[in-house]
Structures are given as structure tokens and as C-alpha cells.
Design a protein around this ligand. Structure first.
Ligand SMILES: [Zn+2]
Length: 247
């Protein structure tokens, strides 16, 4: 953000000092506005805040699942992950955790990493005040931390949207943003076959993959792709925290 402001002020100075036409200034303003908007929806560009996008090693890949826990689909997925001894990241919606505390304990006890994904997962989350965002973090902490007896350290911004308020909230709550390097697009109309073929074509060591565990087919998709991923990247029982955080 400091960088953006510096570029903006520098360009403003150039326009005034060198008496360029005001048209240049408005074109620049437009480009700058587009840049800020793209930065807000493309978390991996790190425009407003720094997010972890890759594992700290190229030897393996890490699976992450957003928007759970779901009372039916998450347990099915957990069984598939157990079968291949793969540990993943679960980006938990606080209000879902409140409804399914046993599931939260189960995810944790099976060795997966639970992280924040807001309490409400409201479409308006990116527009909330910092104070309201911090309340969402607090509510989620109050639900999850007593169940797993551990502090939550990471946050995945809902919809992958970032902005200066989310950056401020993260600083105040001492949470680290965890994004992804590869989005599976499992929430779109793509078939499992398409998703799997694209993963096989494009995935590289060090990638963090994004899926959703509140979907009926996720466990089947993971069941199909895990033998390939495990063979290529040796995912066997690696604790997720060790791949994204120097402990
Ligand atoms: Zn989400």
C-alpha cells in the first residue's frame, strides 16, 4: 500500500512539474483505480497485505478447504484424507463451528490445521469496520480455541478479498494471512474430471491448493486426485503448520 501511494504521489508530481495535460492525469487515475481493484480481488498480488501463497518447500503440496465444517461432507472428506495419511488446512467459518463443535475437535484430533475464515462469511465482510472484523475474530476464537486448546494463528480472507481494513485487522489480531497458489474452481460448473485434469497439468511442488469442504463432491474429487498427488509430492503425514510457518 505504501508502494501504491508512493507511485501515485510521484505521478502526481510529474504531471504538475512537467505540466502534462490533465488528460494524462485522469488516464493515470483510472489505471491506478483499476490496479487497486484488481489488488483487492487478487489476494496473491499482495497489494494490501502480505499473504502466504506457497509452502516453504518445493518437495510437497498442501491442500486447503474453505467454508466448513459441514456436518455431512466434512466427515466424508476427513476419512479420505486419513486413508492417504494426508494432513490439510481447514479454513473454518465461526458460525459453522458453533453448530458443530464435535466436528471441530475431530478435525483437530486428526492432525489438520484449523484457521480463521471469519465468523459470518458475509458478502459484506470486506466492507465491515475494523472493529466489527475484530469482533468476528473474537467470536470465532471463543468457539474454537477452548475446543482445540490452541491459539488460531492464521486467517484466510473470505472470497480472497483484501483491503486496508483487513490488513489493519490482521495486524491488531496478530493473525497471518494464508492464501493459495492454485484455485481448483470447485465451486464453479467445472466437472470433477476437468478439475483433476487441470490439477495434473498445472500443479507444481510448493503449491497450496484451494478447495471447499461444504460441497457434496469434494471427498470424491480428493479421493481421485490424492493417489496422484501423493505419488508426485510425498504428502504423507506432514503437519500443515510446518509447511507454512517456521516453528
Ligand atoms: Zn469462503
Amino acid at each position: 500500500m505504501i508502494c501504491c501511494t508512493a507511485v501515485f504521489l510521484l505521478s502526481l508530481a510529474v504531471v504538475f512539474f512537467f505540466a502534462f495535460s490533465s488528460a494524462y492525469f485522469f488516464i493515470f487515475l483510472l489505471i491506478f483505480a483499476v490496479f487497486l481493484m484488481v489488488g483487492a480481488i487478487q489476494i496473491r498480488l499482495n497489494v494490501y497485505l502480505h499473504s502466504i501463497t506457497h509452502c516453504n518447500t518445493r518437495d510437497t503440496v498442501l491442500l486447503s478447504f474453505d467454508d466448513g465444517p459441514h456436518p455431512i461432507y466434512t466427515p466424508l472428506l476427513l476419512d479420505v484424507l486419513d486413508r492417504y495419511k494426508v494432513k490439510a488446512v481447514f479454513c473454518i467459518i465461526g458460525k459453522n463451528a458453533k453448530k458443530h463443535p464435535e466436528l471441530i475437535k475431530d478435525i483437530h484430533n486428526r492432525g489438520h490445521l484449523l484457521i480463521h475464515h471469519s465468523y459470518s462469511h458475509s458478502w459484506f465482510f470486506p466492507l465491515l469496520s475494523v472493529k466489527k472484523m475484530l469482533k468476528e475474530i473474537q467470536y470465532t476464537n471463543e468457539v474454537i480455541e477452548p475446543l482445540i486448546k490452541e491459539k488460531l494463528l492464521f486467517f484466510r480472507p473470505p472470497f480472497g478479498v483484501t483491503n486496508p481494513r483487513i490488513s489493519k485487522m490482521l495486524k491488531k489480531s496478530a493473525l497471518i494471512s494464508l492464501a493459495w497458489s492454485y484455485r481448483s474452481f470447485d465451486t464453479t460448473s467445472k466437472s470433477s474430471e476437468q478439475i483433476i485434469n487441470e490439477i495434473k497439468k498445472r500443479i507444481k511442488g510448493g503449491d497450496i491448493l484451494l478447495f471447499h469442504d461444504n460441497l457434496p463432491n469434494t471427498h470424491l474429487l480428493i479421493q481421485e486426485i490424492l493417489p496422484y498427488l501423493d505419488q508426485e509430492f510425498k504428502m504423507n503425514s506432514i503437519p500443515p503448520k510446518s509447511l507454512i510457518y517456521d516453528i
